[in-house]
Design a binder for this molecule. Structure first.
Ligand code: ZN
Length: 605
């Protein structure tokens, strides 16, 4: 171990209206041949090359008082000329990305991920880092505070400006920082201090919120068995009029939600929108174990300059998506029936994706960098979500293990084994390890299951798997474009004519997706076409209503603009497919089925 001083950073929100941070990086003993620095090309947890270096402006280097030459070597690497003594880099970073992945700065707050603002010094990535977080230089912001899970130096007050520390660069960029006038509430779960900091205008019932989050957190800490892997935890929330997203970190998560998703004082029960927020929080919290610590060998450590490939992203995102809502059920925040409704909506989402028959979740994981994170008009036809289908494969694996071993083994046991073998020992999980561990613990040959569901494009046999748990599986046609599934049909069954396309909501009927093999595809309509009339009648934003005048199999004339050219298409309308799932608790389930169901949905008692 070297006794060199830590790599030191100083960051200050410098020009709030211009969205500029000023960052100073001080490095003792730079490489004698000339020190190199780079900005990450991506940020862990979000699998897309984002080239954060594009927001770096005005970079200069000094050794003592002497200016030192700097040359750009590639899109995100700077080479500093050989120099003696302490080297200081000063640069500005433009921050106007209001997402959980980037950096944002204005007169209302400051937020950054280290991967957007901190360069790393080549060869020094494993050395300790220190960062001074400084307030804006203006009395207007005197009441701003700092919310981050990064450990504080002894002289930095809680939630205050000052010095923070990380053991290495990877840790430095794994504690995003929120600065501003956030609402703060604290709670404990299984003895671990937790906090939630909410930025943005909101009127959330903080008492209710902390009480419910505490249940979810405690449930998960107990699931993986005490003690929790982190000594404290922070939910960093940005509440907006509209928005949704989350990114997991080792002791915190950054969430973006609608302010209407937060519970208001006097509101009881868990509304659909509040359930969305709790599900997101539960998802990111489960990542504390699954992906942050039970992490693929491919990311241990991550190569921040390039894509990091794994066919197992579905294990980390799909299984986490499976457990996020299940943990709400097991924590008692939603009922079994409410959970089944969410599950049915998830099944519906996947059944409406033709791409699930073209791409496996293993391939979707591998190609996340160019496909899942870069969706376009053809995505539903070509890509399957390793989140959504991954969650269903996790469900099918869990139920299969429970059935084949008569409850002796479940996915819960497999996750706990991955935790003790890999998470607790800090070892990267080899590719395909989930299948090996599940086979070993259950004593079952699972190759056919993984060949079909993971490496192949099969749909899990939902009906056969859910039946023995006393749950009936039904498929019906969607009643409208807004029908997400999960509930019985509101109207008596009636064949509905559809175009086989997704249209944008709003006044204009623009085709967003044209599904492979559907009526619109066969007629030659394309994504981007603006539908204006059916059989000479103006659509005027209400395609669903106009289509009720027609029956499946009927031929209609559609007028549509492609670019600025009016075109005519003859469309033979489809019948709405049976792609909408409803799951119900069977009244006549026997004791064995009920006991299987309760063990699964309520967890160990
Ligand atoms: Zn996730």
């Amino acid at each position: 171990m070297s006794l060199r001083p830590p790599v030191r950073y100083r960051i200050v929100p410098k020009d709030l209206s211009g969205h500029l941070y000023e960052v100073t990086l001080t490095l003792a003993e730079p490489s004698p041949g000339g020190q190199r620095f780079s900005m990450p090309a991506w940020t862990p947890g979000s699998y897309l090359i984002r080239d954060f270096a594009r927001h770096v402006v005005l970079l200069e280097a000094h050794a003592g008082k002497l200016r030192v030459g700097v040359e750009k070597r590639d899109k995100h690497t700077w080479q500093v000329a050989p120099c003696a003594g302490e080297l200081t880099l000063r640069y500005e970073v433009y921050a106007w990305d209001l997402s959980v992945r980037g950096a944002h700065l204005d007169t209302t707050h400051a937020f950054f991920n280290g991967s957007s603002v901190f360069l790393y010094a080549h060869g020094r990535e494993t050395e300790a880092c220190e960062v001074d977080i400084a307030p804006p230089d203006d009395d207007l912001y005197r009441d701003w505070r700092v919310a981050t899970s990064m450990p504080r130096a002894a002289n930095t007050p809680p939630w205050g400006f000052g010095t923070y520390r990380a053991a290495n660069y990877e840790e430095l960029i794994d504690h995003p920082v929120e600065i501003g006038r956030f609402t703060l509430a604290e709670f404990t779960a299984e003895g671990v201090p937790h906090a939630i900091a909410i930025t943005g205008r909101h009127d959330a019932d903080m008492t209710r919120l902390t009480r419910d989050l505490a249940k979810v957190c405690a449930q998960q800490i107990r699931f993986f068995a005490n003690p929790a892997p982190m000594t404290s935890y922070l939910f960093q929330v940005t509440a907006l009029g509209d928005g949704y997203g989350g990114l997991e970190h080792r002791a915190s998560t950054s969430l973006i939600c609608r302010r209407s998703d937060l519970p208001r004082t006097g509101e009881d029960g868990v509304s659909e929108s509040y359930r969305t927020f709790l599900g997101l929080a539960s998802h990111e919290y489960f990542h504390n174990w699954n992906v942050k610590r039970i992490r693929p060998a491919a990311f241990a450590p991550p190569d921040l300059a390039h894509e990091n490939y794994t066919r197992d992203l579905w294990v980390y995102e799909g299984i986490t998506s499976y457990y996020d809502d299940l943990m709400l059920r097991r924590a008692g925040l939603i009922t079994q029936a409410e959970y089944l409704r969410l599950l049915a909506e998830g099944i519906t989402r996947v059944l409406r994706t033709p791409g699930r028959q073209r791409q496996s979740i293993a391939d979707s994981s591998f190609d996340a960098w160019i496909k899942f994170y870069r969706p376009d008009e053809n995505t539903p036809n070509a890509v399957v979500s390793y989140y959504a289908k991954g969650a269903l494969v996790a469900l099918a694996l869990d139920l299969s293990l429970r059935l084949r071993t008569d409850k002796r083994c479940s996915l819960d046991d497999v996750m706990r084994a991955l935790w003790t073998r890999y998470g607790m020992t800090g070892t990267g999980v080899p590719e395909g390890e989930l299948e090996r561990v599940a086979s070993e613990l259950s004593g079952q040959d699972l190759r056919a299951f993984f060949d079909a569901a993971v490496r192949g494009t099969g749909d899990p046999p939902f009906e056969a798997l859910l039946g023995p748990f006393g749950i009936s599986f039904q498929l019906r046609a969607a009643e409208s474009d807004d029908d997400k599934g999960g509930t019985a049909a509101k109207q008596p069954a009636r064949e509905r004519a559809v175009l086989g396309a997704r249209v944008a909501s709003g006044a204009e009927t623009k085709l967003v997706h044209v599904y492979t093999g559907g009526a619109a595809h066969k007629a030659g309509l394309s994504a981007g076409d603006l539908l204006v009339a059916i059989n000479g009648l103006r659509i005027a934003g209400n395609l669903d209503k106009l289509l009720t005048r027609h029956a499946p199999g009927e031929r209609v004339q559609c007028h549509a603009f492609r670019r600025d050219e009016l075109m005519t298409f003859t469309v033979t309308l489809d019948a709405a497919p049976l792609d909408t799932c409803v799951l119900t608790l069977s009244d006549n389930a026997d004791d064995k089925a009920r006991s299987q169901r309760d063990a699964w949905l309520d967890g160990p008692r």
